[in-house]
Ligand binder design. Structure first.
Ligand code: HEC
Ligand code: HEC
Ligand code: HEC
Ligand code: HEC
Ligand code: HEC
Length: 448
């Protein structure tokens, strides 16, 4: 069933959510299996040792225990469902992707990570390798069909193992496999995650370069201790939490509109940003949390620095893409039990910087990081795969600018979670660390 509701027709959240049925995939799988139907990752480790340690270091194995997930799930989502009971199915649904074994075992909400339940296995070996099909035409919201048992599915035909049967399925070479969890539609009918859909409408889909090529690259080796040498899919799943994956993803160059500029004139520098490395938009995935921003400075011949503000382009919703000192995220006050919550600083980066992002809005039209409480999306000003965006910075130099060289520097940075939110919720600082993506420089001579 297709749910499509716009923010403007909603009278209250409560009425709206009452009308919404459980998602079909949720009815089909929640509580239909037992934990004991699935083998533990340790059962695969003795033979697939190298793959095990790759997975163990990837976010896939931490999708339930990762501290920011625990904070958002228990302190915001579960707390929100306690106050607005209609949210319960959606909040149970978090586990369909983050703790799939717990979800299928009907163990929701699962015990906290420190209690050591099998929810902690996250997106595990036996979970992925017993996915048999996709339930929906457009994969999303845990639309996987899970058939645990002796047969482990994979992309290769005719392999033999002493521990299990193997079977080749085309699905293990198709992005729909990943789209089961990397596309998400919320109860308002909003696509709050659409990585596989972004890939599908982009150049990498036309050239048949699926997710696996970049996130599970193949290298010569043995997939199991007793296997023959072959090209083996590395289980890296590296993404936003790997500074090396994010670094250089966007290439950047910068030039001035003239080299010699009279001291009382205005100069414009142009920055080009090219998404050279990602098969989807940047940022993608948890877009409600993430920002990519461009900071430009000028340094004069005396070493004095000036911050340049981006030239506005005038498109609808642009205000959300230029850093400003305004408040947002007031809807966190509901789950946190703070009825008069004024909100937090929206961006936490210098005012005037360009932000590449897509804002999420709650039913009252305020920016939110609560994807389950998102009733509409704002302007999509992210950088699409192989897209080049151009930004200009026009600067009327100060009257006392010394003659000589002015150097311009552009820095492109990435943050997984906007800092004011991270600090407020006491999320470990690595989620809000500034990750450098790229930088560029150019110069002019100031003359009279
Ligand atoms: C006793 C050793 C052993 C154990 C334990 C084991 N495997 Fe395997 N597995 C193998 C061997 C050997 C192969 C074949 C490798 C080859 O020939 O390239 C294999 C192949 C596979 C494949 C490739 C299938 C394909 O057709 O592409 C998958 C997937 C797989 N195993 C998953 C698992 C999972 C999940 C576990 C734990 C639940 C596990 N294995 C436990 C030995 C083992
Ligand atoms: C051409 C290479 C390429 C392809 C194809 C590709 N990715 Fe990525 N992916 C990247 C790069 C580079 C990054 C790091 C930059 C970033 O965070 O967007 C990334 C980041 C990610 C992230 C973290 C994003 C964030 O900001 O939180 C996720 C999740 C992801 N990819 C999933 C996928 C899925 C799912 C597919 C297939 C539908 C896919 N990727 C296809 C290169 C690729
Ligand atoms: C998110 C889902 C996912 C998880 C988790 C996962 N795998 Fe895989 N695995 C895949 C996919 C997809 C492929 C095939 C990739 C390809 O061929 O491009 C694969 C391939 C394999 C292969 C065959 C490798 C080869 O190329 O010969 C083995 C063996 C395997 N996985 C074992 C494991 C083990 C053991 C674990 C846990 C330690 C694990 N997998 C975790 C999705 C997953
Ligand atoms: C059962 C659901 C599920 C499936 C299937 C799945 N993922 Fe994920 N994936 C997740 C979750 C949940 C996270 C977020 C983990 C976290 O940060 O808590 C994630 C995170 C990621 C990341 C980001 C890691 C980072 O550093 O931030 C990448 C990249 C990724 N997945 C790629 C893939 C690819 C490629 C596939 C298909 C082979 C795939 N995933 C299949 C649920 C899934
Ligand atoms: C359809 C699958 C799906 C559902 C449902 C889902 N998530 Fe996620 N979640 C993901 C994936 C995939 C990522 C990783 C995206 C990325 O790397 O950008 C993610 C990322 C996150 C992150 C950010 C992790 C990080 O490291 O930055 C948090 C927190 C989170 N989810 C919490 C939740 C909560 C709470 C719910 C329920 C209200 C929920 N998720 C529902 C798939 C899902």
């Amino acid at each position: 069933m297709k749910i499509s509701i716009t923010g403007s027709v909603i009278s209250t959240v409560f009425v709206l959510l009452n009308l919404l049925p459980l998602l079909p995939a949720q009815e089909a799988i929640q509580g239909t299996r037992r934990y004991s139907d699935y083998e533990k990752p340790e059962a695969c480790k003795s033979c697939h040792t190298d793959i095990y340690f790759q997975w163990d270091q990837a976010m896939m194995s931490k999708s339930y225990v990762h501290h920011w997930d625990e904070i958002e799930y228990f302190d915001l989502a579960v707390a929100h469902a306690e106050k607005v009971p209609d949210l319960k199915p959606v909040v149970d649904g978090c586990n369909g992707c983050h703790a799939p074994l717990a979800f299928m075992a009907g163990d929701v909400p699962p015990p906290r990570p420190e209690q050591g339940s099998r929810a902690n296995e996250g997106v595990s070996c036996d979970f992925c390798h017993t996915i048999k099909a996709v339930r929906d035409e457009i994969p999303h919201n845990f639309s996987y069909v899970s058939e645990p048992g002796r047969t482990k599915y994979g992309s290769k035909a005719g392999l033999e193992s002493p521990h299990h049967n193997t079977q080749q399925l085309d699905l293990f070479s198709q992005t729909e496999f990943c789209g089961n969890c990397h596309n998400e539609k919320n109860p308002y009918g909003i696509w709050v995650k659409s990585t596989q859909l972004e890939w599908k409408e982009g150049p990498y889909s036309r050239e048949n370069v699926p997710c696996f090529h970049c996130h599970m690259p193949k290298a010569k080796g043995r997939s199991a201790k007793m296997a023959q040498e072959d090209m083996v899919a590395q289980h890296l799943f590296h993404g936003a939490h790997d500074p090396g994956k994010v670094g250089g993803a966007i290439e950047m160059r910068m030039h001035p509109n003239e080299r010699e500029v009279l001291w009382d004139e205005t100069v414009t520098v142009t920055v080009q940003l090219f998404n050279a490395k990602a098969g989807h938009k940047i940022p993608t995935g948890s877009v409600e949390d993430r920002i990519l921003w461009l900071h430009v400075t000028a340094t004069d011949a005396d070493g004095k620095s000036y911050h340049l503000a981006v030239d506005p382009k005038g498109f609808d919703g642009e205000a959300y893409t230029i850093a400003a000192d305004v408040l947002a995220y007031q809807d966190m006050g509901v789950p946190l039990g703070l009825p008069d919550f004024a909100g937090l600083q929206r961006d936490g980066v210098p005012a005037g910087d360009r932000i590449f992002r897509m804002p999420y809005f709650d039913p009252e039209g305020r920016m939110t990081i609560q994807q389950w409480n998102t009733a509409s999306l704002g302007v999509d000003y992210r950088i699409a795969p192989r897209e080049t965006k151009i930004e200009t910075f026009t600067w009327a130099m100060p009257d006392d600018i010394p003659l000589g060289r002015v150097t311009f520097r552009a820095e492109l940075n990435y943050q997984k979670l906007v800092k004011p939110v991270a600090d407020f919720l006491k999320v470990p600082s690595d989620e809000s660390d500034i990750v450098p993506v790229n930088s560029a420089e150019t110069w002019i001579e100031v003359v009279d």
